[in-house]
Design a protein around this ligand. Sequence first.
Ligand code: MN3
Length: 198
Amino acid sequence: MAFTLPALPYAYDALAPYMSKETLEFHHDKHHNAYVVAGNTLAGDGTKYAGKSLEDICKEAFAGKDQPVVNQIGQHWNHTHFWQWMKPNGGGKKLPGKLETLVTAYGGYDKLRTDFVQAGVTQFGSGWCWLVIDKDGKLATAKTPNGENPLMHGQKPILGCDVWEHSYYIDYRNLRPKYIEAFFDNLVNWEHVEKLMG
Ligand code: MN3
């Protein structure tokens, strides 16, 4: 079954002013679509990955050092969730109950926000910052380069922020910290985060 580009779950202008229509048009229609097209060539029908889930392909490709598939299918998984990790009037401190319990155990919302932003700011070059459920069952922050994601490292990603320049350069220019703060404060769909806790 071919990989397909999922539609955005909101209008292109729905996340403004924190993420503009122009950014979403380029990021979703051009960048994400390119990962889908390349993913179908590298891991679609007729390849050894045919019929496997995105999650399984991410893990298998990383374990097998299949870097082209790590890049393209990793990015397809990452972006598919990235659109769902945002919503209009999102972000902020009002967390769903199960998630709030984990965040309290982590050390609280403010510490989590600081650590998440720091993970993204200190990811040198392109990549992602994350909230994950770690192997010990606790909430943790993480960062990965390029198309990698925490699935490949045995963790369960529940929130990710794309820190490739294509995600913020139109709206924030070089100010990556401002972009990640705006994402956390105004865009995060905490309900989708909680859903991924399982
Ligand atoms: Mn991207």
